[in-house]
Design a protein around this ligand. Structure first.
Ligand SMILES: NC(=O)c1ccc[n+]([C@@H]2O[C@H](COP(=O)([O-])OP(=O)(O)OC[C@H]3O[C@@H](n4cnc5c(N)ncnc54)[C@H](O)[C@@H]3O)[C@@H](O)[C@H]2O)c1
Length: 469
């Protein structure tokens, strides 16, 4: 029996009285379908319903889990008074495209399946918006490039970090020439034992599903470096280890009592285990994941100190660019603090950029004491032979310092404002950061530097990153 049974055809979208969509005929609006309705879908579904209903509409949802789709369908009716949206099982993706005739398919599934939906959508004549990373390896990426070419349609990669006020201000400063040509970049990424640990509970902890944090997570940071220095990555070398998470590391530290359960919810968790996550204690996590386990076996709260984790939690990467810059990048996923520290040094000076997020502080029972407290962004410019000065970062309203709203405006507004910073990334720019992550994996395997062009040549005529689509 198809999972579609849970979503009969009568859920076809109606213009509900009092809904934010009321009064707009869907014929006038850009039509979107979304595949992948887990946690992240709220960044696409909700803004369309809430803020861009005049210009955009969601005409279909598709997911392997009927329960997760039902969760969001119930929620949007409750929260926005929105009309029901037709929901399709994963195997009915083509049927959804045929029946709902979207202009654009939004891909929000786990990273390893992005290419499947991107290629199928392109081949059915639709444009695509894909969550980052565009995909997880160079073979899939090449297949996406081929599909873009034969279809003539577009793939946009949503690098939301480019839209954050701090990174955007850094790009403005680099473009202003205040530090000359950037020749040297240091980027330190710190993930704390709350956010960082969460990657080790889910599909991200399997390289076959995420490519590792060097692809899933660092794609944001590699993209920022590419975009800031406006150059194309050429060669990569890396070291990496699983140094903290995983059973063997816990046992080595004498914390074997934290390894005795496969998952946290319902287990006799070790006293004060600060990594515990009780899905039953969080109504949203319970409804989205625990209640859907029988459908797919997706367990959201696996023990971060179990066997079978095959991604790294500690990475050190060197990148040589085509024209002028070299970069060193580190990622640590078991840090007591969270944020990043970046320095860009040009032949005329230096820009220092820091993002500081919440520390992971626990009470005596291992429960989280401090909740997410937002992000602080600081910039200092130090021209050569001058005193440095701080540059204010003006944060906007809403999530990620207002960046999510700016990106959503580009995606869903009828006439989005022209972006002078070139923050809308196509498939080639999406591939550039992915390929650094793929090169990291090859370098970890071989112990050798890896040429990006040996994986998938990026436009050889491009002089700078902005020349890539
Ligand atoms: N830009 C950002 O800051 C950011 C933040 C979080 C997640 N993401 C990205 O968003 C995407 C989704 O992440 P998430 O946290 O929502 O994951 P999730 O695990 O919460 O949700 C994934 C959904 O995809 C569904 N799914 C899995 N395989 C499928 C398939 N083959 N066909 C159809 N549906 C399938 C699952 O049932 C689930 O509902 C990922 O690509 C992730 O990298 C981006």
């Amino acid at each position: 029996m198809s999972a579609l049974t849970a979503f009969p055809e009568e859920t076809l979208q109606k213009e509900a009285v009092g809904s934010p969509c009321a009064g707009f005929s869907s014929g006038d609006r850009k039509r979107f379908v979304i595949v992948g309705t887990g946690a992240r879908v709220v960044n696409f579904l909700d803004p369309i319903l809430k803020d861009f209903a005049e210009s955009s509409t969601v005409v279909g949802l598709c997911d392997a889990s009927p329960t997760r789709m039902r969760f969001h369908l119930d929620r949007i009716v409750r929260e926005y008074g929105a009309a029901a949206i037709p929901a399709y099982a994963a195997e009915d993706f083509e049927k959804m495209i045929r029946e709902q005739r979207p202009d654009t398919v939004i891909v929000c599934t786990p990273d390893t399946s992005h290419h499947e939906y991107i290629i199928r959508a392109l081949d059915m004549g639709r444009d695509v918006i894909s969550e980052k990373p565009i995909t997880t390896d160079s073979v899939k990426c090449r297949a996406i490039f081929d599909a873009v070419k034969r279809s003539g349609k577009t793939v946009r990669t949503t690098f939301n970090c480019r839209w954050m006020p701090g990174p955007a201000r850094v790009r403005e400063l680099v473009d202003s020439g205040v530090i000359g040509t950037v020749r040297h970049v240091q980027f330190e990424e710190m993930l704390n034992t709350s956010h960082g640990a969460d990657y080790f509970r889910r599909w991200h902890s399997e390289k076959s599903a995420s490519g590792g944090l060097q692809i899933h997570k660092s794609t944001h940071h590699f993209d920022l470096i590419n975009w800031w220095v406006n150059d194309i990555p050429a060669r990569v070398f890396a070291f990496g280890e699983l140094a903290f998470y995983g059973k063997a590391n816990a046992v080595r530290r004498g914390e074997g009592d934290r390894t005795g359960y496969e998952r946290y919810t319902g287990a006799a968790v070790a006293p004060n285990d600060p990594f515990q996550l009780d899905l039953d204690a969080d109504p949203r996590l319970k409804a989205l994941y625990k209640d859907a386990e029988a459908e797919s076996g997706y367990i959201r709260d696996r023990n971060v100190f179990r066997d079978g984790i095959d991604i790294e939690d500690s990475l050190s990467v060197l990148i040589k660019y085509r024209s002028s810059a070299i970069a060193s990048y580190t990622l640590n996923a078991f840090c007591p603090i969270e944020g990043c520290r970046v320095a860009l040094t040009g032949d005329g000076g230096r820009i220092e950029y820091t993002e500081t997020k919440y520390p992971d502080v626990r009470d005596k029972d291992g429960r989280k004491e401090i909740e997410h407290g937002g992000v602080r962004m600081d910039i200092r410019v130090i021209p050569l032979f001058s005193r440095g000065y701080d540059v204010p970062v003006l944060t906007g309203q809403g999530s990620h310092g207002g960046s999510d709203m700016l990106l959503q405006e580009q995606l869903f507004a009828a006439n989005p404002p022209v972006d002078p910073l070139g923050r809308n990334a196509g498939h080639e720019q999406g591939a550039a950061s992915l390929l650094i992550g793929v090169a990291v994996n090859h370098s970890l395997d071989s112990g050798q530097p890896v040429e990006i062009d040996s994986l998938l040549p990026l436009n050889p005529d491009a002089q700078k990153f902005d020349d890539l689509i």
